[in-house]
Design a protein around this ligand. Structure first.
Ligand code: ZN
Length: 467
């Protein structure tokens, strides 16, 4: 059991309360929420000053995109020209290099206030499209003792296990979304630079996913690291695969898909299939509460009704959508229609839950001419509990039964001083985060990771390897 005392804590719709004492079980779940005076030093209670919030859930990440930050801004361009640079970064990854880069990126996330991430992972084969581990049989000799990194590097799942080890090192909860990516566009084969994203056909992907789930479950705590599924997009997965996925994919797995990020995707989908991407998913019974639609930027009124009516999660990535000139998705309308709103940092032009919350509301204001489209409480919900269905790991929150994953914010910095504590989503940044707790354990303080040190140092070393 552990105890955490919070000078002030955000308790959801009840608002911010003073002198909150949390008791947690050995698994890091909250068992009691009460009040108590500030504990004496040495009383064995972790003390968090400032205003404590649930740690954020990063519901959409491609860790390697962090390599592009601050390197893609020369000249004009759009999503598609950015994508060419992204493919070059993908081509440079090996399991070892990706493990080091992802460790750094996940450490950056933790120090910014995230305790969980849904990693949308499609770099699962060698650059020429061959499977990893094809030179070695199985995961290593039986009876040779605990499996180590060297065995995993020879595994069919070398890339995936590298990401799992990176998450374990950084202490972030990981839902590894293994991604089906079979086509380079509707009716087009994978391009040479996309070969390593592909499994050949949908059955091969489903088989590899089954094998991956067993490999991860054998090595990692499911409360910390688990596997989910993703379809890259209706560009990357042909319609013929969708009924197979609807039939064979285990119902308990979260399922994510990039949806209607760009008008060109909608146009191609309408031309080929006669429906929008959301309509195509509905045609095959794939719209459900386990579905997370990422971006959902360019939707029709009917699409909004379909996603909302299904109780799907919509993962908005507002800083990425701004950076890539995608557009502003109809988040308020989706929430009003019944969709759950979650947030992701996607390509990591920014890794900061506070800026993501702010960008969601700012996009709404810019598009609608109205303020207060999402309340600060709704923004905080989007950044935490909004991802409950998008993740396979426990949800953070300051309530009994939820994970003791917390982020404390200093309300007296030059950015935050004077703010109503409940309105910090509109003023704070990750630079104001003074402590991050995952599963009851203090994992970062004032921008420094307790196990790994300065994320900037890790990032510098990892980026040097692939740039
Ligand atoms: Zn993405």
């Amino acid at each position: 059991m552990s105890r955490i005392w919070c000078e002030r804590a955000w308790l959801g719709p009840e608002g911010v309360a003073d002198n909150i004492l949390l008791e947690n079980d050995d698994g890091g779940a909250i068992t009691h929420v009460g009040t108590a005076p500030r504990p004496d030093p040495g009383a064995g209670v972790l003390t968090l000053d400032g205003v404590v919030f649930p740690a954020a859930a990063n519901a959409h990440s491609h860790a390697f995109h962090r390599a592009l930050r601050g390197r893609t801004h020369t000249g004009r361009g759009d999503f598609w020209t950015w994508r060419e640079q992204m493919y070059r970064a993908a081509g440079a990854l090996t399991p070892g290099k990706y493990e080091r880069l992802a460790t750094a990126v996940f450490a950056e996330m933790v120090t910014a206030g995230f305790s969980s991430v849904a990693e949308f992972h499609y770099v699962h084969h060698r650059p020429d499209g061959a499977a990893y581990g094809s030179a070695a049989a199985g995961d290593g000799p039986e009876g040779a003792g605990p499996r180590g990194e060297d065995d995993d590097l020879d595994s069919e799942h070398a890339m995936e296990l590298a990401l799992c080890r990176a998450a374990a090192a950084a202490g972030i909860r990981l839902t590894l979304l293994d991604t089906c990516y079979l086509a380079g566009g509707i009716g087009k084969p994978l391009a040479p630079e996309q070969q390593r994203f592909g499994d050949g056909d949908v059955h091969a992907w489903l088989d590899r996913l089954d094998s991956l789930r067993k490999a991860v479950a054998a090595r990692f705590d499911p409360a910390r690291i688990t596997v989910g599924a993703a379809l890259h997009s209706v560009r990357g997965v042909p319609e013929s695969a969708l009924p197979v996925i609807a039939d064979r994919l285990s119902p308990e797995l979260p399922l994510h898909i990039h949806l209607s990020e760009q008008p060109a995707e909608n146009e191609a989908c309408l031309a080929e299939y006669g429906v929008t991407p959301a309509g195509l998913l509905a045609r095959h019974g794939l719209l459900s509460p386990r579905l997370s639609a990422v971006h959902a930027t360019h939707l029709t009124a009917e699409d909004i009704d379909l996603l909302g009516g299904a109780g799907a999660t919509v993962v908005m990535c507002p800083t990425t959508e701004a950076d890539l000139a995608d557009g502003i998705g109809p988040a308020r309308a989706l929430a009003d229609a019944g969709a759950r709103i979650a947030l992701g940092t996607d390509q990591h032009a920014v890794v900061d839950p506070w800026l993501e919350m702010r960008a969601l509301e700012h996009g709404e204001r810019l598009a609608s001419g109205q303020r207060g489209r999402f309340t600060p409480d709704e923004l905080l919900q989007a950044a935490s509990a909004g991802a409950v269905a998008a993740m396979g790991t426990p949800t953070a929150g300051i309530a009994v039964g939820l994970a003791a994953d917390l982020a404390a914010v200093n309300p007296a910095t030059m950015r935050t001083v004077g703010s109503d504590p409940g309105q910090l989503p509109l003023t704070a940044t990750s630079a104001d985060v003074t402590a991050v707790v995952v599963g009851g354990e203090l994992l970062a303080a004032n921008g420094v990771h307790s196990r790994l040190g300065q994320p900037a140092d890790l990032l510098a070393a990892a980026l040097k390897e692939i740039a």
